[in-house]
Design a protein around this ligand. Structure first.
Ligand SMILES: Cc1cc2nc3c(=O)[nH]c(=O)nc-3n(C[C@H](O)[C@H](O)[C@H](O)COP(=O)(O)OP(=O)(O)OC[C@H]3O[C@@H](n4cnc5c(N)ncnc54)[C@H](O)[C@@H]3O)c2cc1C
Length: 382
């Protein structure tokens, strides 16, 4: 039996980042995943890191603060896995010209001629260039984050808590962090209703030099250090009535169905932005990002919603009970709902979470488990 300070379930961007900061703070960490390191959404990710334009609000401030932190963090952690050449954003229905131009982030506007001067392969497009953007190698990054931690390939079926310790095979740990992405949670957390958004990424070879990342409704990366490019897109949100999640994602028919047509569509969309000469598809990846309705990520102690509501049923009517009076599962924490920006949020949120656990530093309300619990309880959803 090996005893650890922390057991982390899920070795994606969230779990690996948490492992990094705990290890750095002198804690012993066991990291567990049924697939391997970055075997879930994190291994499939693009992985583009871009600012979120638009007039300043709580959400885009969170994203842009996380981006500043995480970009510097990755460059220091593993510079060879980071290509920071900026991103050109082309207006689309979600982000029109107004949104791209009226924002708090610095940009340069490139018209069609300027873009043709940069590369004759650009189609007749124009866009807004943001310097603070990159593409990273997600698997290399996740592996590096886990240096100094022990990894176990285990499919965890349930959490066992005995005499103040969580027990899993030969592992005994005082604290557990759930970083499970879209998989069914090991503890009932109905106030965090995760909806998977499926996505596809392809890696391609081309003789075209792409000077920076290009984003419209899909993203094309600049040439990475091995010369290849990644192209990625979000496909289908999985929370509508006709497609209810009853299984874990790897057993879902949407997830496993063939992707030839999807690759074709992706390449067509890429071709509308830039002509990629001598194109060869090397590999495709599929995965599901975990989101909640508000798109905010969630971190913190796991609220025992049943015992809390039994003790304070009037929470449902809006009675204010301070967060410290809620019931929490003992030494159990979570980091999830990183959405389409798992590599932007990963290190930033993991640092806030681990500082909270180890040094009692506060978690901003908008991303806390407590805030989400109150919101769902008051809406009558629990
Ligand atoms: C195609 C695609 C493109 C994307 N592009 C980008 C991008 O450009 N930029 C960006 O920032 N983000 C991107 N994302 C999103 C990003 O990948 C996710 O937000 C991020 O990977 C989430 O990390 P995570 O650690 O929360 O989840 P995951 O990486 O899914 O990790 C969760 C892990 O938990 C494990 N697990 C769960 N339950 C158990 C259990 N009971 N026992 C054992 N193991 C368990 C799973 O096997 C999994 O490996 C993309 C995602 C996809 C799918």
């Amino acid at each position: 039996m090996k005893i650890y300070d922390f057991l982390i379930i899920g070795a994606g961007s969230a779990g690996c980042s948490a492992a990094y900061f705990l290890h750095k703070d002198g804690k012993s960490v066991a990291l567990v995943d049924r697939e391997g390191i970055a075997g879930g959404a994190s291994g499939a990710a693009g992985a583009f890191l871009s600012p979120l334009p638009g007039q300043k609000n709580i959400y885009n401030s969170l994203v842009n603060n996380a981006l500043d932190f995480s970009l510097d963090f990755y460059q220091e952690l593993l510079p060879q896995a980071v290509d920071k050449k900026g991103v050109l954003r082309v207006a689309n229905d979600n982000f029109d010209e107004d949104k791209l131009s009226q924002n708090s982030i610095k940009y340069d506007y490139f018209d069609t001629k300027q873009l043709h001067d940069i590369s004759k392969n650009f189609r007749d497009i124009e866009g807004y260039f943001y310097e603070n953007a990159a593409v990273i190698e997600p698997i290399q990054i996740c592996n590096k984050l886990t240096d100094g931690c022990d990894f176990y390939k285990i499919d965890v079926e349930k959490l066992i808590f005995e005499n103040g310790f969580y027990m899993l095979e030969n592992i005994k740990a005082k604290n557990v962090i759930l970083a499970q992405g879209v998989s069914s949670s090991l503890v009932e957390i109905p106030y965090m209703k995760i909806a998977p958004i499926f996505g596809l990424r392809i890696d391609v070879k081309t003789t075209t030099k792409v000077p920076f990342n290009v984003h419209k409704s899909i993203s094309i990366s600049t040439n990475k250090q091995d010369g290849t490019l990644s192209i990625g897109a979000t496909h289908e949100r999985h929370d509508n009535e006709k497609m209810e999640c009853l299984t874990t994602c790897d057993k879902c028919s949407f997830y496993v169905k063939g992707d030839e047509a999807q690759i074709k569509t992706l390449l067509k969309q890429a071709d509308e932005l830039i002509k990629l000469d001598d194109l060869e598809v090397l590999k495709s990846y599929k995965g599901a990002r975990a989101t909640i309705k508000s798109y905010f990520p969630v971190i913190g102690k796991v609220v025992d919603y049943k015992s809390t509501l039994k003790k304070y049923p009037s929470i449902k009517n809006g009675t204010k009970i301070p967060p410290e009076d809620l019931d929490y599962f003992q030494n159990l924490y979570l980091i999830n709902a990183l959405g389409s920006r798992g590599f932007v949020f990963g290190p930033y949120l993991a640092k806030i979470l681990t500082q909270n656990i180890l040094h009692n530093k506060p978690i901003p309300q908008e991303i806390s488990t407590g805030k989400l619990f109150y919101k769902m309880a008051r809406k009558g959803k629990l």
